[in-house]
Design a protein around this ligand. Structure first.
Ligand SMILES: Nc1ncnc2c1ncn2[C@@H]1O[C@H](COP(=O)(O)OP(=O)(O)OP(=O)(O)O)[C@@H](O)[C@H]1O
Length: 254
């Protein structure tokens, strides 16, 4: 309740306005020369589809939002739009504060660089100075528990190790908005619990969270608000309890 009172007075930090994003099913489905001269409607190719359409959401600072839906319904795509990794084909996305995204296992890390160089690169790209990173470096590595692999190329880490270091860095950034996709599921149980405690600390610190998960318990643990996506549409924007109830009703428990 205290959280709801707090967020009600906070400024809006993410505006998603009537957004649509279109993908191609077939990468090789190129346009033909004839298509270029076809009418505008004809130009919508048969192998294209809307991964998201007519989606509008406003998010206030400090909200913790769980994104729910079956596989392939646009959850990760929504996070990528907020992260600015992809741009919408229709509508607009405005994000007024910095974003720390953990939306792919690699966390945006560079495969051929060492773990150490990746930590400096990623934190640097998010505005941290070298002395700031130096001060947090040991903490980041301790959290990830991969001290023996500092000079190993990132590509040689196991999937779980990649997620450990990516989360350790992303969660140490000072960006006010945090995006966490299902990647944490790759980590082992003990590490996941450690990550979840860190997420709770970040929320207590007033950060804004977008959390994609298929785990109902995790969604209830962090999120107050839910977005239910189905067939690329926002079917319900409500409390996490209402969203999960609707999802359960339609497709069984998350
Ligand atoms: N870069 C891309 N090019 C083509 N199609 C894409 C691209 N990214 C996503 N898609 C498609 O868009 C749809 C939505 O994908 P998205 O990853 O957002 O789903 P999701 O709800 O996160 O699914 P999951 O629960 O399986 O992670 C899917 O049909 C997917 O195949």
């Amino acid at each position: 309740m205290a959280n709801a009172t707090r967020t009600a007075t906070q400024e809006t930090v993410i505006h998603v306005d009537d957004v649509g994003i279109r993908f191609r099913r077939n990468r090789r489905g190129r346009r033909t020369f004839k298509d270029l001269f076809a009418s505008r409607n004809r130009r919508s190719r048969p192998d294209e589809f809307w991964a998201l359409r007519h989606l509008s959401v406003e998010v206030r600072a400090g909200e913790a939002i769980g994104v729910v839906g079956r596989n392939g319904q646009g959850k990760s795509t929504l996070l990528k739009l907020v992260a600015g990794v992809i741009l919408p084909d229709e509508g607009s996305v405005e994000v007024s504060l910095g974003v720390a995204p953990l939306i792919e296992i690699t966390g945006g890390f560079v495969e051929d660089l060492s773990v150490r160089d990746n930590v400096y690169l990623t934190a640097g790209l998010h505005g941290m100075t070298r002395p700031m990173i130096d001060a947090r470096f040991d903490d980041i590595i301790d959290f990830a528990e991969i001290g023996g692999f500092l000079d190993t190329p990132y590509k040689h880490l196991s999937s779980g190790m990649k997620v450990r270091i990516a989360f350790a860095v992303i969660s140490r950034l000072e960006e006010p908005i945090i995006l966490v996709d299902e990647v944490l599921a790759v980590g082992d149980k003990a590490f996941r619990e450690k990550c979840y405690r860190r997420i709770e600390e970040l929320l207590a610190d007033g950060r804004t969270l977008f959390f994609v998960s298929h785990n109902e318990r995790d969604l209830r643990r962090f999120c107050t608000r839910g977005l239910y996506l189905d067939k690329g549409r926002l079917v319900l924007d409500g409390t996490i309890a209402d969203v999960l109830a609707r999802y359960d009703e339609e497709y069984g428990p998350a």
